[in-house]
Design a binder for this molecule. Structure first.
Ligand code: ATP
Ligand code: MG
Length: 302
């Protein structure tokens, strides 16, 4: 198979891990920087990458960073329209990256999520705080990653200052109930197709409520319960993601889907669990490409 990994960092762990998995399985593979991919329409669709005209492709593995989601999604869409199978489709990437859209979709389909308010004025703060069960509440800046835009507002004054600053600078954010009983832990489930290939419990450092490994959180392998598995698979399916990192937080109301990552990092979870996740992703793509070829052969014959 001819596979392109879309990544801005050829030497990043996840990119390398995927690259090696492709080599091991004997595929032709290249890492393309999606910000160096010119999208050409004229009249056929192809991609110009630093002077190379790319027309033949079986599959892509997009690893699009949050700061270039829109640009990356355009490249993914172009490859999709050229006939490539992908671990994440452009529309699913856009949907999952917007924390508000993702929560709207999951909640509308009946999945349990933390209670969340999107407000447009500080006048709504007192209603929101009351509905979220009182202080503290979590403030989530929509465009954040690695836990950096997730803040705990412990007092009304802190909350007012944070939200006023965000509103004035036109930075969209969400207010969310604080799941104190989770004790700074959550479960990251790595979904590939309709299977959970690895799962870890992440625990935040003492005095920290965010479990992100980038913030010093530690991961250990777990065997997820049936309800968690069901939620993780449903969340990935509802957002249309072939590969996803679904974060589930344990609350007094049971497990809640906190977040769905469209480009989950592989380093922490491959190390914590010892699972060859990159290999599982490539295997799933191989199956998708085979199925697509069969469908195409069938329709060419008829
Ligand atoms: N409502 C909440 N109650 C308790 N803890 C929370 C809540 N929301 C987030 N956290 C903690 O903060 C961490 C980071 O939050 P979240 O995953 O929403 O943002 P992010 O990691 O910055 O986003 P991304 O995964 O897209 O990079 C979570 O892993 C969790 O440990
Ligand atoms: Mg997260």
């Amino acid at each position: 198979m001819r596979i392109f990994i879309l990544s801005r960092g050829a030497y990043l762990y996840s990119t390398q891990s995927l690259l090696n998995a492709c080599y091991r399985k004997g595929h032709q593979v290249r890492v393309l920087d999606h910000m160096q991919c010119d999208l050409v329409i004229g009249p056929d669709l192809y991609v110009n990458h630093l002077g190379d005209e790319l027309r033949e492709v079986d599959a892509i593995i997009p690893r699009i960073g949050a700061s270039v989601t829109r640009e990356g999604a355009a490249v993914v869409r172009h490859f999709e329209l050229m006939g490539a199978c992908t671990t994440v489709r452009a529309d699913a990437l856009l949907r999952a990256r917007d924390k508000l859209v993702a929560l709207q979709i999951l909640a509308a389909r009946g999945l349990p999520v933390p209670r969340t308010w999107a407000i447009h004025s500080t006048e709504q703060l007192s209603f929101a705080v009351k509905a979220l069960g009182g202080l503290p509440v979590v403030v989530k800046v929509m465009e954040s990653t690695h836990g950096t835009g997730v803040l705990l507002a412990e007092t009304a004054q802190m909350l007012l200052t944070m939200t006023d600053t965000l509103l004035r600078s036109n930075q969209p954010f969400l207010l969310q109930e604080y799941i104190r009983e989770a004790g700074g832990a959550d479960h990251r489930m790595l979904v590939v197709g309709n299977r959970i290939v690895a799962a870890m419990r992440r625990q935040a450092l003492p005095g920290e409520f965010r479990s992100n490994l980038h913030l010093g959180g530690a991961g250990v392998r777990i065997v997820p319960g049936p309800r968690e598995q069901e939620l993780a698979l449903a969340a990935a399916r509802l957002l249309g993601l072939g590969v996803a990192g679904v974060d589930i937080i344990s609350s007094s109301r049971g497990p809640l889907v906190m977040e769905v990552n469209a480009s989950p990092g592989l380093e922490g979870i491959e190390h914590a669990t010892g699972v060859d996740i990159a290999g599982a992703i490539v295997k799933w793509l191989e199956r998708r490409v085979r199925e697509k070829r069969k469908r195409n052969d069938g329709s060419n014959r008829s």
